[in-house]
Design a binder for this molecule. Structure first.
Ligand code: AMP
Ligand code: MG
Length: 539
């Protein structure tokens, strides 16, 4: 490990490590697995790797950190992003948290393969934590190796940035670095582990604090540390709420309920399924965090989960996400109860979550359909019927809504057109258009007549409605098979596909001439291919 300034990259990163300065550290030195009590983190160095190679980076995240574009040409900076070099000013550490996994309390988890390098403060005064994922074991690694494979790192890198460009709150990814080392993984959990290329992602967020950070101190009955950590969180991440007090703790929890509701509404809009919504994977900032066996809805199936580990119970299926987020908020409420000692305000906030979710979901759906605003006198039935129709036959959700933005028929005109003409613009959304049943066709046509009438009520010009819809219904999302194609290429030594895909995903709402292939429905070969239709937690 090099911590010298000799040949150090010229990054001008300014570190101000408030987390490690203000919170108690694990007094035990050494990088071995253990239970850590009475502390929020353990200092730990990343493990150097054999041959780091920069595979991709995000220029937008680099800008957040005031990084000069030339750093990408400096191998010494790649070494920093691989964990081979620690810059002066950094204070590498792994944090302690617990969590409920699949509904059960799991005890101490912690950053088992994540190492925070430190907090950067940029010229605008914004604070960003840099975190390496996959840079070796920490005291929280339990029985695992602290490493990450290339395929899951490509997925995390691309999805963080894709989500950001879609307008979904998320942690970010600065870089993807191949380690030049192999990592052993049993991808199918069938007793046949295989060496795979390793990688490290440098994640960036205002904070990586999770619900589980509060849960661990509460579970251990360490109210003093719970209070200290909550006060730190309020002062650092929620300064607008004022000095910590019982009232500000309540206002804080209410805000977490609201931001979490908003995040889930966004997931619903873009068709994102997280796959592992355990409380340790819930950000206190209401941001999408920990991209593991996530997936994107292709055909609209509310029961779909990408996570093979969840295939039996489907706890984390698409339609369950709003309810699970609320369940997770209840766990957070239980954890912070000792700071408030009143159940009512916490219960009211959890109820407020459901209200915020419903209201924002309605606004979001009205926006997707191009309406001025949600109308309580009829929009509910129209939306419900649409969501049922989408399930009658395999219908690509993203393509359907995008095409609907192009569908302009006035009510009087609709009455003169035959069913084929009405349905024609939507046909590209169907996976097997030739097998559309009569029932599906007639229900869809009937719905379209109602939709035409509803659009006419707003009186928006077709071009305006189209433009409005195209700002909330993306043309390009990180389809599961697109990520897999980029991974296949990268595993064969060609990493260009990652940056090419990222380039398209930078403008998900724009029609990009020449890039139509990235908006195509899932091809047949991807229907049952691991990585495309289903994923294990093995990453
Ligand atoms: P997840 O649900 O995948 O976000 O991870 C749950 C817990 O397992 C967290 O504490 C992770 O840090 C830890 N973990 C997952 N994979 C590894 C790994 N390869 N090595 C060490 N810890 C891991
Ligand atoms: Mg996690």
């Amino acid at each position: 490990m090099q911590t010298t300034s000799e040949n150090a990259p010229q990054t001008a990163l300014r570190f101000d490590n408030r987390f490690t300065r203000e919170l108690p550290a694990d007094p035990t030195p050494g990088n071995f697995r253990r239970q850590v009590t009475g502390a929020c983190y353990s200092r730990v160095e990343p493990t150097p790797v054999a041959a780091p190679r920069l595979l991709a980076y995000s220029r937008e995240v680099a800008e957040l950190l005031d990084l000069h574009p030339r750093v990408w040409e400096d191998h010494a900076f790649t070494e920093v992003l691989a964990g081979n070099r620690v810059l002066s000013g950094m204070d590498p550490h792994a944090t302690c948290y617990g969590g409920h996994q699949f509904g059960n309390w799991a005890g101490q988890l912690g950053d088992g393969r994540a190492i925070n390098l430190g907090d950067v403060v940029n010229e605008r005064g914004d604070r960003w934590t840099l975190q390496l994922k996959g840079a070796g074991p920490t005291p929280y690694s339990r029985t695992a190796d602290g490493l990450a494979v290339l395929r899951s790192s490509v997925r995390e890198f691309l999805c963080s940035e894709a989500m950001h460009h879609l307008g979904v709150p998320t942690t970010r990814a600065l870089s993807l670095v191949g380690t030049g080392e192999q990592v052993l993984r049993d991808m199918f959990y069938d007793g046949h582990p295989k060496p795979e290329p390793g990688a490290v992602v440098c994640r960036v967020a205002q904070s990586f604090t999770r619900f589980g950070h509060f849960e661990i101190f509460a579970a251990r009955g360490d109210t003093a540390l719970l209070r200290r950590f909550a006060e730190y969180t309020l002062r650092t991440d929620f300064p607008h709420l004022g000095e910590p007090s019982r009232d500000t703790f309540i206002a804080w929890f209410e805000e977490v309920c609201r931001t979490t509701a908003r995040m889930i509404v966004h997931w619903t809009r873009v068709g994102f399924v997280h796959g592992v919504m355990n409380t340790d994977n819930m950000s206190i900032l209401g941001q999408t965090i920990d991209y593991g066996p996530y997936g994107w809805l292709e055909d609209y199936d509310p029961d779909w989960t990408p996570n093979t580990t969840d295939a039996a119970g489907r706890r984390y299926r698409f339609a369950n996400q709003p309810g699970i987020a609320q369940w997770n908020l209840v766990q957070l409420a239980n954890a912070i109860y000792p700071l408030i000692e009143q159940a009512e305000p916490l219960q009211a906030a959890v109820t407020g979550y459901a209200e915020t979710y419903l209201q924002e979901w309605r606004d979001m759906m009205a926006g997707r359909l191009g309406f001025d605003s949600y109308r309580s006198d009829g929009d509910e039935a129209l939306i419900d019927e649409l969501l049922e129709i989408l399930q009658l036959t395999e219908t690509d959700m993203t393509i359907f809504f995008r095409r609907l933005g192009e569908w302009h028929v006035r009510p009087a005109e609709a009455a003169t057109l035959d069913d084929n003409a009405l349905l024609d613009p939507l046909m590209p959304a169907y996976y097997t258009p030739e097998s559309l049943s009569e029932d599906t066709r007639s229900r869809t046509v009937k719905w379209l007549h109602g939709y035409a009438q509803r659009c006419a009520q707003d009186g928006l010009a077709p071009a305006d409605r189209r433009e409005k819809m195209h700002t909330v219904n993306p043309r390009y999302v990180l389809r599961n098979y697109l990520a897999q194609l980029a991974i296949d290429e990268a595993e064969n030594g060609n990493d260009d596909g990652i940056s090419e895909l990222l380039e398209v995903l930078r403008h998900p709402y724009d029609d990009q001439p020449g890039k139509e292939a990235y908006a195509a429905k899932r091809p047949d070969w991807a229907r049952h291919r691991p990585g495309c239709s289903m994923l294990s937690c093995s990453s």
